[in-house]
Every structure is written in C-alpha cells, then in structure tokens.
Design a protein around this ligand. Structure first.
Ligand code: AMP
Ligand code: MN
Ligand code: MN
Length: 325
C-alpha cells in the first residue's frame, strides 16, 4: 500500500471517530459492491461505537440484494446537520445516491472508492484503483477502527467482493481478493447462501427480458463489437423491473471475438438512455468511450446516461471503439 493511501485510511478513521454522526451513501443504480459496501460499512461503524446511518435514493433495492438489508438503509435524510458523509463506490460526487439535502448538510465528505477515474471529490479521498471492490476497502477502514468482523458485517462485504470480481472470474481477481474472501468466510460469510440468494433466486420475468435482449444482438466491426437494447415496453410487457436488466451485458461480453459489449436501455432517471459498456479483454478502455458519452467507470466496465437516440448511440460507440482497435 502506498504511503498516500495508508495516510488517507488513517485520516478517515480519525475523522470517523471524531464525527458527531456519520451518514453512508453509495451510487445510483446500486450493484452488489455498492450495496454490500453501504451495509457492511454502516454495521461496522456501529460496531465501532460510531453513530451511523445508511441512506439510498431508490425506493427499493434490486431484488437479489434486498435480503441483505435488515432495516439498515433508509430513503430519509437523518435529522440535523454537520455530519460526516462517507461515500462508498462512487467515482464522482454526481454519482452519490442520497436523499435531498444529505450532501449539502454534511460538513465533511470521505470518498472511499476503487474507480481509476475517481474525481477525488471528498475532503478525504481513499482511492485505490488496485482494489477489486470497494467492499475490501471498507474492510480495511474497519480494521483501522478496531472492528472485529461478525457474520452480519462479513456477509455484505463478501457480496461486494463476489459481485465486482464476477464471482472470482474477472481480471481483478488477484491474491488480495482471495485473501479477503478467506477472511470474510472465516468470519461467517456463507458462499453457498450468497450464491443462492444473489444468483439463483431469478424471476422468470427476468429471463424473458433477457431473451428479448439476446434475440436482438447485433455484431459490428467484424464481430468485435456486440450491441443490444431494451425499451421500457420490454420491461413492462415481460413483467420485469429495471433492475432485471442487470447481467444482460455479461452475455454479450462472452461472445467469441467480441472486444466491446454495449447494452442500451431506455432510462427512468430523466435521461433518455442508459448505456453499459464492457471490455472483454482490456484491449479497449471502455471508460474512455463512456467519458465521450458523459459518464465514466473502469477500463473494463463503464457506463453513461444520454439523451441521444439509439442509432446515434450505436454510431458513437462504434466510432469510439474503432478508434481504439
Ligand atoms: P453498469 O454498466 O451500470 O454496471 O456500470 C458499470 C460501471 O460503469 C460502474 O461500476 C460505474 O463505475 C460506471 N458507470 C456506469 N454509469 C455511469 C455514469 N453515468 N457515470 C459514471 N460512471 C458510470
Ligand atoms: Mn459499483
Ligand atoms: Mn465497485
């Protein structure tokens, strides 16, 4: 660990200890790492004797992660002001998903994240782009606060790790990730239970939605770019929900010869479309494509929201992919 990172962890731990109250938040459209880090952090901070609350902006968490939330998160801003806001897994301030007023009423912001394009929006920035997930970073922060892991803390953190490593298959699956997994399992995280709850509790409506997306796969650039899309109507007609689009893109990335996978869906957050991008082999840096579209992310997983129409988006993605091949 670099001296800068080490100092950032210590500074954050000291600030958390000194804060009258801590509010934890993660990013919009939260994934397993965002939710696992959020819930693991709030439970860990409470175990350290810190007055902490966790907030989210969505009415409901995605179905496969709801079981993790034992009343730990709320869509209401806590009373008062002058809190420390701990943002986990957020690459920029704009990504923080919190009820109105939370950011404005915080007096200190700690940014804990592993995105390489993190904008360092916090007063204290713990940014480690070498970490496989934010959940591992939460673990490190809790270690510095002297927190003993329990099953209730280890389980959400393990979900974050499993989720961001693609169940220990992606290129970020390094010895640190396995060491963290071993520690979390030793303290009560149950891999089979997590697998069953997160990956084997699928609704048939989600599979019907997936079928539509798979049916529309279009290959471009001689098979190196795979694109597909879903509309709001697809979601309502199949009886699925927005969160059911999660995972669609993994199927595109798995196609032989594909370097870039792109998934376009009609959004509900005010913009017209949400785009997810994946790089199959790391040859193309998809965060650069996402930046062109106004978003960001990691080299191999990125995204953006856009008001462009679908043909315009496909053109943009094709052009930006080609420029990197
Ligand atoms: P997703 O395709 O939604 O799973 O997003 C993949 C990754 O891209 C996320 O982990 C984020 O790091 C990043 N990302 C997605 N959407 C945005 C956005 N609108 N702005 C910045 N980063 C994004
Ligand atoms: Mn995330
Ligand atoms: Mn993450």
């Amino acid at each position: 660990m670099s001296a800068v990172l080490d100092a950032a962890y210590d500074a954050a731990a000291a600030a958390l200890r000194a804060a009258p109250r801590v509010v934890v938040a993660a990013h919009e459209n939260p994934d397993g790492d965002a939710i696992g880090s959020l819930i693991g952090a709030v439970r860990g901070l409470r175990a350290a004797g810190i007055d902490a609350a966790a907030v989210r902006d969505a009415a409901e968490l995605p179905r496969e992660y709801r079981w993790l939330d034992d009343g730990d998160t709320s869509t209401l801003a806590p009373a008062g002001e002058g809190w420390l806001l701990l943002a986990v897994d957020c690459g920029s301030a704009a990504r923080i998903a919190a009820p109105a007023g939370v950011r404005e009423r915080a007096s200190l912001v700690v940014d804990l994240d592993h995105h390489h394009d993190n904008t360092r929006f916090g007063d204290i920035n713990i940014v480690d782009d070498g970490a496989a997930c934010s959940a591992m970073m939460v673990r490190e922060l809790l270690r510095r606060l002297g927190v003993e892991l329990t099953a209730a803390i280890a389980t959400p953190l393990y979900v974050g790790l499993v989720s961001d490593t693609g169940r220990f298959q992606y290129s970020n699956t390094d010895p640190r990730a396995f060491t963290a997994a071993a520690e979390l399992v030793r303290h009560g995280a149950q891999p089979q239970v997590v697998f069953h709850r997160v990956y084997e509790s699928v609704q048939a409506s989600k599979l019907r939605l997936l079928a539509r997306a798979l049916d529309r796969i279009e290959l471009r650039l001689g098979g190196r770019l795979a694109v597909t899309w879903l509309t709001r109507a697809d979601i309502t007609e199949t009886g699925a929900d927005e969160a059911a689009t999660d995972g669609v893109i993994d199927n595109l990335r798995a196609i032989e010869g594909v370097e870039v996978a792109a998934f376009i869906r009609e959004a509900t957050n005010g913009t017209r479309h949400k785009v997810s991008l994946r790089s199959a082999n790391g040859i193309v840096d998809v965060s650069r494509i996402a930046h062109t579209g106004g978003g960001g992310g990691h080299t191999r997983a990125a995204g953006f929201s856009s008001d462009l129409d679908r043909p315009q988006l496909v053109d943009l993605i094709e052009r930006e992919t080609e420029s990197q091949l």
